[in-house]
Design a protein around this ligand. Sequence first.
Ligand code: MN3
Length: 202
Amino acid sequence: MTILLPDLPYAYDALEPYIDEETMHLHHDKHHNTYVTNVNAALAKHPEIGEDLEKLLSDVTAIPEDIRQAVINNGGGHLNHALFWELMTPEKTEPSAALLADIEASFGSFDDFKAAFTAAATTRFGSGWAWLVVNKEGKLEVISTANQDNPISEGKTPILGLDVWEHAYYVKYRNVRPDYIKAFFSVINWNKVDELYAAAKA
Ligand code: MN3
């Protein structure tokens, strides 16, 4: 078994004009593919630890030291991107009533959540991700992580994530990360977020 690059769940141009086709090709075919290649190369050095990346990244201290950072970077890179593609859709979706009620209870209103998520994505210095997670207490929380670090390494379950590496937006949005973040809200797959939320709460 090796870890494989998943196909996009829609056409490369499906998220236009919010996320452009050229970016989707580069991001999926080149960047994501490189994480897959590199995590397979790292894991091949220690077949005894298996390939369950969620399990490995939930306790990084258990990963052999000589491949630990490679698995955090490239295993995280693979998991993050595999999730990211599924968190977007050209279809119009909305959060379920249950999720919306919990977002309002946690953040005040949907707009307050959006502002918190946007702030996390905007202020993440350098490369990283903004997330909506379910924390250990079962509560919703907005966080950001550096590089390809996945929230599961902090004991948090991601249910929405936005890649704010420059490679995710520079072709279309150049240096204007806030416009990319705004565009992302037009393509969020709330059905997938609902599904992840229900699983995280179960
Ligand atoms: Mn990326």
